[in-house]
Ligand binder design. Structure first.
Ligand SMILES: [Zn+2]
Length: 255
């Protein structure tokens, strides 16, 4: 299998994902915060819309659904509590779209309703605002413990998994990562590469889980180097991986 995933830039730094099988024009869109760039892409690529997938309730992820439904009568898959969702998804569900089986994972923290959609066949994950390239989402609704648990679930996916997150935050995330872990050689290399890609206005997404495990401080809160940096920043010992995670998440909020 080789699912085709198109990148649709939206707003200032969002990505909307549109995927389909080669030779099949029925496509599915993930987190359409805005309808017009999706409709434009469908027309340009000569694709028809088969359905909509949603990770969480924030307006920049659901804002375009209403207008898409005016143009296409399609099912909307997503968490409970979003009015336009026609098929409520929850942890442990599986979803078959574009000849691809997705596992639904509950990943609360950024919001309480947040879901991720993973397919082992590719492998790839649509993870919304939970895991970012080089970073993670802000904690608007959940606790650091919830977010650390959610990130740990994503960290346990196959290392070659492609990380399709929803924002181009990579460069700023890696600047923070370097403040936490300045001696990390993989991180230094990645930051240089991302800087070059951004200078040429290229997308840095998707990344791979391998990259995140070696250079994303929020997936590395269980590593001695991150714990040490967190303790030095906070001026006290960290009690646990969750505590280390909580400290660096707060640190990033004020970075
Ligand atoms: Zn969000």
């Amino acid at each position: 299998m080789s699912l085709i995933v198109h990148t649709i830039p939206a707003f200032t730094d969002n990505y909307i994902w549109l995927f389909h099988q080669p030779g099949n024009n029925r496509a599915y869109v993930v987190d359409p915060g805005d309808a017009s760039p999706v409709i434009e892409a469908l027309n340009r690529l000569e694709l028809s819309l088969g359905g909509i997938i949603v990770t969480h309730h924030h307006p920049d992820h659901v804002g375009g659904i209403h207008q898409l439904l005016d143009n296409y009568q399609v099912p909307v898959y997503g968490p409970k509590g979003i009015t336009q969702v026609t098929h409520i998804m929850k942890d442990g569900d599986s979803l078959n779209l574009a000849e691809t089986a997705f596992d639904v994972l509950a990943v609360p923290g950024h919001t309480l309703d947040h879901l991720a959609y993973f397919t082992a066949g590719e492998p790839l994950v649509f993870c919304g605002d939970t895991l970012f390239a080089g970073g993670c989402g802000r904690l608007f609704e959940g606790t650091p413990e919830q977010m650390w648990h959610s990130l740990s679930r994503l960290a346990a996916l196959p290392a070659e998994t492609l990380i399709y997150c929803t924002h181009e935050y990579t460069q700023a995330n890696l600047e923070f990562a370097l403040a936490v872990e300045p001696e990390n050689k993989v991180l230094q290399q990645r930051a240089l590469q991302v800087q070059q890609e951004r200078q040429q206005n290229q997308s840095t997404i998707p990344s791979t889980l391998t990259q995140e495990l070696s250079s994303n401080p929020f997936l590395r809160a269980n590593q001695p180097s991150i714990r040490k940096a967190a303790e030095e920043h906070e001026g006290r010992p960290a009690n646990s991986d969750e505590d280390t995670f909580a400290i660096i998440r707060r640190w990033k909020d004020h970075f």
